[in-house]
Design a protein around this ligand. Structure first.
Ligand code: BG6
Length: 303
């Protein structure tokens, strides 16, 4: 039986969940409940869009030129970066942001713990792990609670007998009315690695505004951040646990054009605020231990 039919048989029509496959055979999970609409590609367990019913605009941004194709990362949504963030520390040939976002995951359960939210639980099968890149005994799970708020929890378990070091991130693309008018709060006073031009350490003063390319890793950032969006009169709250760094990224026009999948003027309507463990702030997991990266996204109206 095909993967699509298997999923339909097992979970079809439970908690507003439907399944479809695109031309490349990638299964998409469509969640349509009383609180929100969301779509998740099984490849990468990649949430592509989340739109709570209270909002006229989606909260998670998906590029109009996004390609959902085998082995490629989707431009937008919530890419899962794992087991490293950015370029690999010693192997330039390994994929940026790890391999988890471009390989097949499995949907193992659909639950309704607190109606009308739908919980989806995905795991990364060991057969999806390129052993040359990741020889460690580990297990990875992603839980998504899709409701008025969106909760994502990435759980890494160390199944081995030695400590395991991972970098990870929920590389979330947020939809904003006009990025030039938005401000990210919650990072005031922190040191960041500025990756635009020659890398340099700088200190943040006040809110983060965007008027050109921004690519920054904020260190020692474990508190809540918000995105203030006066254009759409809303504030997006990003609460998190198990994350020591926050990455703020917008490629701006020139890089966006070169990327080819960001859409015309797409860079003006998105901003990545990524809850991460990156640079030197990676996570060390003891033998038989686990690491949980947890985020909760919610929206409120600006008055
Ligand atoms: C950000 C990085 O997290 O992701 C940027 O800080 C990078 O340097 C961006 O350009 C997008 O990465 P990718 O691999 O999805 O194009």
């Amino acid at each position: 039986m095909s993967e699509l039919n298997e999923l339909k048989n097992r979970f079809g029509d439970r908690a507003g969940v439907h399944f479809e496959a695109n031309a490349d055979g990638i299964v998409i999970v469509d969640v349509d409940n009383a609180a929100a609409h969301a779509r998740i590609a099984l490849q990468g367990a990649h949430l592509m869009t989340w739109a709570p019913r209270t909002q006229q605009q989606p909260v998670i941004w998906l590029s109009s030129a996004a390609k959902v194709a085998r082995g490629k990362s989707i431009r937008g949504g919530v890419p899962v970066c794992w087991p490293w963030f950015g370029p690999h520390a010693s192997e330039p040939g390994f994929p940026a942001h790890g391999f988890a976002r471009t390989v097949a995951w499995e949907l193992v359960d659909v639950q309704v713990p607190t109606p009308p939210s739908t919980r989806l639980i995905f795991t990364l099968p060991t057969t999806s792990i390129p052993r040359a890149q990741w020889p460690h005994a580990s297990a990875l799970e992603l839980r998504l609670d899709i409701g008025t708020a969106l909760v994502c929890e990435l759980v890494t378990r160390n199944l081995g007998d030695a400590p395991m070091v991972i970098g990870d991130a929920l590389h979330t693309y947020f939809a904003v009315g006009d990025v030039r008018k938005t401000e990210v709060r919650g990072l005031d006073g922190l040191t960041y690695i500025d990756k635009v031009g020659a890398p340099a350490n700088r200190q943040q003063t006040g809110g983060v505004t965007v008027a050109g390319e921004v690519d920054r890793i904020y260190l020692g950032s474990s508190a809540e951040c918000t995105i203030e969006d006066p254009t759409w009169q809303r504030r997006i709250r990003i609460a998190k646990r198990g994350s020591n760094t926050t990455v703020v990224w917008n490629p701006w026009q020139e890089k966006a054009t070169k990327m080819g999948d960001l859409g015309a003027e797409g860079y003006l309507g998105m901003l990545c605020v990524e809850s991460a463990n990156a640079a030197d702030d990676v996570a060390t997991i003891p033998p038989r231990g686990e690491h949980r990266l947890w985020v909760r996204y919610s929206v409120e109206t600006l008055v």
